[in-house]
Design a protein around this ligand. Structure first.
Ligand SMILES: C[S@@+](CC[C@H](N)C(=O)[O-])C[C@H]1O[C@@H](n2cnc3c(N)ncnc32)[C@H](O)[C@@H]1O
Length: 312
């Protein structure tokens, strides 16, 4: 059984026994989860079972808990697992995926180069400065698959994550200082405004925002070495607000891109977010070593397929 803090908030004692038995059956059949294995699909099905049988609720921006845990019998767990495996097997047999994709493990802030490849287009949705912790959200999977074993490891991993604030990462934020990275003045102004609200956690939140943009700046700075001349960046990000101080993520990232020598910099609203009326998602775009002026093309769901094709 995984070493998750307060585990019976997630699953009843009874359900836990069934999940642990299912886990052991999978280990006996396939061994522990590993990379590059078809058996990973069996573990993905297991991950879906642990979430379906848990009290996790996904009706908020970040995960919360239902008031009560449900008791599942081992037969129900087995039935659910087999149903999910069938659905995955069917989907895997029907869907023909065009092209090839490869997943590499790297820290986006480091000057890592993977096999010397230079990229022509980066399309990504990095974390937003909204205090979502990916470790917090993904703990059940990470612990049950044994990629994480202790709370300390979870905090250490979140400290490496851009915008991470789980466990030890939160306490480290309080006395964190950027060492030597030259950041845009617009960021310094927002950080001071948050700090000056004098709210109880003003220092923590100011440092949180500071470190988020510091890490994104580091990422963009190091990424330049891995870009082809004329490469295009498309980053989907959300804005935010702390104690009424608006944090214009798109503008702050545009300022970082400018100071790092990117060109054709801009942003466009992609959609409204469900949470608060002043929150939007943007596509921040830029190009690298490209003097030709252009604005990227945005296709909208309101356009017909024909209109979209004509634009392309
Ligand atoms: C908003 S999610 C988007 C996931 C995926 N890019 C997508 O578009 O569906 C942000 C992702 O960035 C990852 N991340 C955070 N810090 C990172 C870092 N330092 N290096 C690489 N990835 C990181 C998080 O774990 C999370 O999966």
């Amino acid at each position: 059984m995984p070493n998750i803090h307060n585990i019976t908030r997630w699953w009843s004692e009874h359900t836990l026994k069934g999940l642990a038995a299912l886990r052991q059956a999978l280990v006996n059949q396939f061994g522990e989860p590993k990379e590059d294995e078809v058996s990973a699909l069996a573990w993905i099905a297991f991950c879906r079972v642990i979430i379906e049988t848990s009290s996790a609720a996904f009706n908020h921006v970040s995960m919360s808990f239902h008031d009560e845990v449900t008791r599942y019998e081992i037969e129900q767990i087995e039935y659910l697992y087999l149903k999910i495996v069938d659905a995955i097997a069917q989907s895997a047999s029907e869907d023909i995926i065009a092209g090839r994709a490869t997943v590499y493990f790297a820290d986006g802030r480091e000057p890592a180069s993977i096999n010397g490849v230079k990229y022509s287009h980066i399309v990504t949705s990095p974390p937003y400065p909204n205090r979502i912790s990916y470790i917090r959200e993904l703990r059940p999977y990470m612990y049950w698959t044994k990629f994480l074993n202790t709370a300390r490891e979870a905090g250490e991993l979140d400290w490496k994550a851009i915008g991470g604030t789980w466990g030890i990462a939160t306490s480290r934020l309080c006395d964190w200082e950027s060492n030597g990275v030259e950041l845009p003045d617009s960021l310094k102004r927002v950080v001071s405004q948050i700090f000056e609200t004098e709210e109880k956690n003003a220092l923590l939140m100011a440092n949180y925002v500071w470190k988020y943009f510091h890490d994104m700046h580091l990422h963009l700075q190091n990424l330049r070495n891995n870009l082809k001349k004329g490469a295009v960046l498309s980053y989907i990000v959300g804005n935010s607000s702390f104690y009424g101080v608006p944090v214009h993520t798109e503008k702050l990232l545009e300022d970082s891109l400018k100071s790092l020598g990117f060109t054709n910099i801009g942003s466009k609203v992609i959609r409204k977010r469900n949470s608060k009326k002043e929150l939007f998602e943007y596509c921040v775009y830029a190009s690298y070593q490209e003097s030709r002026k252009y604005e990227p093309l945005f296709l909208s769901a309101n356009q017909t397929k024909g209109e979209q094709l004509a634009l392309l």
